[in-house]
Design a protein around this ligand. Structure first.
Ligand code: PLP
Length: 394
């Protein structure tokens, strides 16, 4: 009899967003035709930048021309895109080799796949509240998970400590869901901690493009010593609207070595075995993100999401509700009013004002009592949601 991976039985019964979908579907069944103001799932609503669309079209035309046609792409990424991304890092003062950049089909895929580099016996530290995939991917592998709670007492940015000693350290900055961003000094302490203990940091930089304060690090590789202890996982999903198009990249420095094994070389071996590269068309579209025109268009889109953040933050200020994030991240993390639990607050907003957010409890038990708003909705919906929130909670 085939023995299935029984660790799947240890997963929590329902993924956060499925439970939200079930609740909203049930509401719509009871109130057909009602418009819901969806500030829940972190999916973008603005289309891809023009520069990207143009590049995608051109790449499709290439595929129609025998002289310009591309078959299989190199497994670790097209040289033109690896070079473009490495140059983008260099502009920010981070010296990377092109070969240290791996093109991926997105951060989620990569966050799961990268665990192939680690022995099953490795423990994983998850700073909570956290993006749920960190925990679930390690539960599936049967790893020991250390949950390090964060909260208002440390601004949702915990310091390394004895209990945080683990082989794999997940750090997400800007954070989903709290919007908190680690400072240079704080990240420096995590890098020292990882180097001292032989741990590896998996740095999730999916939201780096939302950082507007120059005094905050956008990449772990801005921190001295990170090249010997960190892998950075990035995505064009939130930066450039690629959630449905799928493209990301991962940086693994050649200097990252554990027990004589170079993780960079292991990843080359992994990709060349398990993938046949990312579509030529998508990689051409991705390269357009890094042109001057692409960057200007990306920034314009991010400004529109930031305007949504301002709208929501103003409403929360008027209601006297305490919140975090919003400034350097597309998420606002608020304390549920009157000591309400996060699912109770979810139901309250849905029933009373048809606003859908994400209950904090879904990001780990220390998220209970908190609630996340995404700023990726349309300006109209966000403004109406803010009006309704003010009317209900002021
Ligand atoms: N990492 C974090 C923190 C996220 O919030 C998300 C998506 O919401 C991802 C990774 C996944 O991004 P991608 O669309 O590139 O898979």
């Amino acid at each position: 009899m085939m023995k299935p991976n029984m660790h799947y039985a240890d997963l929590k019964d329902s993924y956060l967003f499925r439970r939200i979908a079930r609740k909203t579907d049930a509401y719509l069944e009871r109130h057909p035709g009602t418009h819901l103001y969806r500030l829940g799932i972190g999916d973008v609503t603005l289309p891809l930048p023009d520069a990207v669309i143009r590049a995608l079209h051109e790449a499709v035309e290439d595929q129609a021309d025998p002289a310009r046609f591309h078959g299989y792409m190199p497994e670790c990424g097209a040289p033109f895109l690896r070079e473009t991304i490495a140059a983008h890092y260099r502009k920010r003062g981070i010296g990377l080799k092109d070969s240290e950049v791996f093109v991926s089909s997105g951060a989620s895929d990569e966050l799961g796949d990268i665990l192939d580099l680690f022995d099953r016996s490795c423990s994983a530290l998850v700073i909570e509240p956290a993006y749920p995939a960190y925990v679930d991917a390690n539960v599936m592998a049967g790893r020991e998970i250390i949950h390090l709670p964060a909260g208002p007492w440390n601004g949702f940015l915990p310091e390394p400590c004895e209990e945080a000693k683990a082989d794999i350290l997940y750090i997400c900055s800007p954070n989903n869901p709290t919007g908190a961003v680690f400072s240079w000094e704080q990240l420096g302490r995590w890098v020292d901690f990882a180097n001292r203990n032989g741990s590896v940091i998996l740095f999730d930089a999916a939201y780096e493009a939302f950082i507007e304060e120059d005094a905050l690090p956008r990449s772990i590789f801005e921190i001295e010593g990170a090249e010997t202890c960190a892998i950075e996982i990035c995505s064009l999903s939130k930066t450039a609207g690629f959630t449905g198009t799928r493209l990301g990249y991962t940086v693994i420095p050649e200097a990252l070595v554990r027990e004589g094994m170079r993780l960079h070389d292991m990843w080359v071996r992994n990709r060349t075995t398990k993938t046949n590269g990312i579509s030529y068309i998508l990689q051409k579209g991705g390269a357009a993100v890094f042109t001057d025109e692409g960057q200007a268009q990306v920034r314009a889109n991010i400004r529109r999401y930031k305007a949504n953040a301002q709208t929501l933050m103003r409403a929360l200020d008027h209601c006297g509700i305490r919140y975090y994030g919003g400034k350097n991240a597309p998420y606002i993390w608020l304390q549920c009013p009157d000591g309400m639990g996060s699912w109770a607050f979810f139901d309250y907003l849905l029933e009373k004002i048809q606003v859908v957010g994400t209950p904090g409890e879904g990001f780990g038990s220390c998220g209970e009592g908190f609630f996340r708003f995404s700023t990726f909705g349309s300006a109209e919906d966000t403004e109406e949601a803010a009006r309704r929130l003010e009317k209900l909670l002021k």
